[in-house]
Design a protein around this ligand. Structure first.
Ligand SMILES: *Cc1c(COP(=O)(O)O)cnc(C)c1O
Length: 433
């Protein structure tokens, strides 16, 4: 079995009945769009719970902690929902640390990744006693030692290994090739362990690997984990105990119905079980996209249909500032009308109102003929949607609504203009530095 079973809460596949996109987690999206001006994001709590449940079930019997990659979706309500079912956080900044703590995630379930942790950020994370630092350079390791010594605490650290594995994903979301900025080679990690006893305030007893994102095959994971496992055995034999192996995130999701074939959680975990069969320490997982992408949709209306030379443009009220993935990665998102798909099909270029040619959601996309005011769904926008949003063109950040079994809760209201300009001021008080 390669594919995930369809998520009941999020059944919006193109093959189903014409009105099948009208409801999401039991909520009538047309009614919801009467309540809130578009564009806005809607998340299905049931779909998120289902994904977490699948992964937790696959991990049964292992000493494993799921640390959600907060950068995928940092909304406090989403983090709270995750915290309530035992999920921790993989953070890459102090801002994300504060969000995770604020949402009730215990510090013992928080890991800190990233190539650019500053001394201040390290101090902040040490202060609250996070579980572990995923260290990405020798300079960072020395900074960690220095800051921990100053605080008179012991920092727990894992080396992020760059296994030089091709994840076969988009170049901008590949992280495990030797030319990528992430992690260090096994050769370098070996030298760190040889000198680990010189680190009086760092307990270097973990390995970490994260090879990229939107990975749709188990093979890159298998290859990376085999390299990590071989290194772990070597370290154990050399007298360096390893208490934690963090396998990163990267599990892909279905952005294009009928084309993308995601790996099932159970198949993914089988690869982990196999590669680390004789390992008895703690396992950490850092899924981001897998837990939330398909649980989110972006609701948008057609502003107008503009005739073009080759084909018409469908101009939406959502734009690249609400969802950057298409302009940033040429990413595909399925786009469907919320009601009545049984109309003649037309081919459109689907664009936003932002003054950039890159503000394009899809080119030459087949869609039922649309009219101004029509409500559309851009699908699988739960991950790297709002987290990458901006106010470009002075467009306010969109609202976010959490849905659950027929009910909804606003988990972020649309940004007010005053909030957008808060902090800006006329150049009145000129000073010298
Ligand atoms: C971004 C990131 C993740 C999450 O990646 P997904 O593809 O969303 O699962 C996990 N770990 C690290 C270190 C990351 O940078």
């Amino acid at each position: 079995m390669k594919t995930n079973a369809a998520t009941p809460a999020a059944t919006t596949d193109a093959s189903s009945t014409p009105t099948s996109h009208s409801h999401f987690d039991g909520v009538d999206l047309r009614q919801l769009a009467e309540r809130f001006p578009t564009p806005f994001h809607a998340y299905s709590a049931s779909a998120i719970h289902q994904r977490i449940g699948e992964l937790q079930a696959a991990l049964a019997g292992l000493d494993a902690t799921i640390c959600f990659a907060v950068k995928a979706n940092p909304n406090l309500a989403i983090l709270q929902l995750m915290a309530n079912v035992g999920v921790g956080a993989d953070i890459v900044s102090v801002g994300e640390l504060r969000r995770a703590l604020n949402a009730g995630m215990p510090a013992e379930r928080i890991v800190f990744s990233g190539v650019g942790k500053s001394a201040d950020e390290i101090a902040g994370a040490l202060n609250v006693g996070i579980m572990r630092f995923n260290v990405e350079s020798l300079d960072e390791l020395h900074t960690l030692q220095r800051v921990a010594k100053a605080q008179d605490v012991t920092a727990r650290a894992a080396v992020r290994i760059n296994p030089d594995v091709d994840a076969h994903t988009h170049a901008k979301i590949s992280t495990g090739k030797s030319e990528n900025k992430f992690g260090v080679s096994i050769d370098e990690a070996r030298r760190w362990f040889a000198k680990r006893k010189q680190l009086s305030h760092v307990q270097l007893d973990g390995l970490h690997v994260h090879i990229g994102s939107q990975i749709l095959s188990v093979e890159p994971f298998r290859l990376a984990l085999q390299r990590v496992a071989a290194f772990w055995r070597e370290l154990e034999q050399a007298g360096h105990p390893i208490n934690s192996i963090d396998v990163g995130g990267g599990l892909g999701v279905c952005y294009r119905a009928g084309v993308d074939q995601p790996v099932a959680a159970s198949d993914y975990v089988d690869v982990i079980r196999e590669a680390l069969a004789d390992y008895r320490g703690k396992l950490l997982l850092e899924p981001g996209r897998y837990l939330i992408a398909e649980a989110g949709v972006l609701l948008t209306r057609v502003i107008r249909v503009k005739p073009g030379v080759e084909r018409s443009f469908l101009v939406l009220d959502a734009a690249m500032n609400d969802l950057q993935r298409p302009s940033l990665y040429d990413a595909w998102h399925d786009i469907v009308p919320v009601t009545d798909a049984s109309r003649p099909m037309t081919t459109y270029d689907i664009v936003g109102p932002v003054c950039e040619t890159g503000d394009t959601f899809a080119r030459g996309r087949e869609l039922p003929e649309c009219v101004a005011g029509e409500l559309l769904l851009i699908k699988a926008t739960g991950a790297y949607g709002t987290s990458m949003a901006s106010t470009y063109n002075s467009r306010p950040l969109a609202a976010e609504v959490l849905l659950r079994q027929g009910r909804y809760a606003v988990v972020r209201r649309r940004q007010h203009f005053e909030e957008m300009i808060a902090g800006e001021q006329p150049a009145r008080n000129w000073e010298t530095p």
